[in-house]
Design a protein around this ligand. Sequence first.
Ligand SMILES: Nc1ncnc2c1ncn2[C@@H]1O[C@H](COP(=O)(O)OP(=O)(O)O)[C@@H](O)[C@H]1O
Ligand SMILES: [Mg+2]
Length: 341
Amino acid sequence: MKPLRVLALVREGLVPPESMEGYSDKEIAEWKSEFDVVGTLREMGHDVRPVGIFDDLGPIRQAIRDWSPHVAFVLLEEFHGVATYDYAVVSYLELMRQAYTGCNPIGLMLSKNKATAKRILAHHRIPTPRFDVFVRGRAKKRAGRLPFPLFVKSTIEDASLGIARASIVQNDAALADRVRFIHDTVRSDAIVEEYIDGREIYVGVVGNRRLQTFSPWEMVFTKMPDEMPRVATARVKWNPEYQKKYGITTRRARDLPPEVKNQIVKLCKRTYRALNLSGYARMDLRLRDDGRVFLIEANANPNLAYGEDFAESAHATGIDYETLLQKIITLGLGYHAPWKG
Ligand SMILES: Nc1ncnc2c1ncn2[C@@H]1O[C@H](COP(=O)(O)OP(=O)(O)O)[C@@H](O)[C@H]1O
Ligand SMILES: [Mg+2]
C-alpha cells in the first residue's frame, strides 16, 4: 500500500507520546485511541503528523497549506469544548478541499443530536423507542403515549454522561427530577424514551455507499444481580472496579437466531443511510426477549482504540486493526464530497 501523508487531528493535549512507558493507566486512557491510531499508521509506513486542536482552525489551515496531506484522520470529537461542533470542523475540511476520514458534516450534525436523529428515524419507521423531547426552560407534561418505565438522557452528550440507574424512572415525580438534572447539571435538553428491557448490542458499520457490518457485539453482565438493570451507565462503561465486581465485559453476541441477526443488520444499514452517515459508525441497539430489536443510538466516528468494541468486532469479522485503519482511510479518500463535483 502506498505511504500517505496523514494529518491526524486530535484534541489539544491529546497528541500521543512516542511510547506508553512511564504513564499510569489513567493517563494512557486519555490518549489511548490517538496513540493506537497514530502508532499503527506509522508502523504501516504512513507519514503521520498529529496536530492538537482546541479553539483555532489556524493550525489545520497551516498544515494543509504547508504539507498537502493526502488525508486528514479525524480523531477530534469537539471544538472549543463543544461536542456537537465536530461537524463544523469537518465542514471546514471540505471547504479547504481536504479529504478526511469518518463521517461527513451532514451525518455528524444529524446523528449527534439524539432528538434530531430520532425524528428522522421515526419518519423512516425504523424501530426505535418511543420518545419525547423536554427542552430547557419550557415546562411540559408527560404524554399519555409514554407509559412508565421511561429512560431519561441528554440530547447531545455521549459516553453515557448523565446516565445512571436514576435515568430509569417509574413515576412522574422521578421523571421531573431526572429531567431537571439533565437541564441543570448536564446543561442540555432532555430526551425521554420508552425503557427497553433487553440485551445490549453494538454493531460496527463501515462504508460510504456499499456498507459492511461487523459481527454483533454484546455487553454482558455476568455477575450482576437480577434485580439490577443491565444498562450502560457511565460507571458500567468507565469504572474498571465496577466492571470487575459485576462481571461486565463485551464480546461477540452469542446465540442470535439468524432471522434476528438479519433484522439487526438491515436495521443498522437503514439507520446509517437515513442519517446520511459515511466512513464508519457504531450502532447501539437493544434486543428484547420477545425478539424485537430497537435502535438506541447511531454513533458516527466511534472510538477507534485497539481492543475497543469497534476494532474488536471488526477483528472477529476478519478485519485486523491495520486493515481497519486502511479501510477507513480508503473510504475517506473515496468519499464523494460536493466539491469533487
Ligand atoms: N430507551 C432506552 N431503554 C433502555 N436503555 C437505554 C435506553 N436509552 C439508552 N439506554 C442505555 O443507556 C446507554 C447509553 O445511552 P445512549 O443513547 O447510547 O447514549 P450515549 O451517547 O451516552 O452512549 C445505552 O447503551 C443503554 O444501555
Ligand atoms: Mg451509546
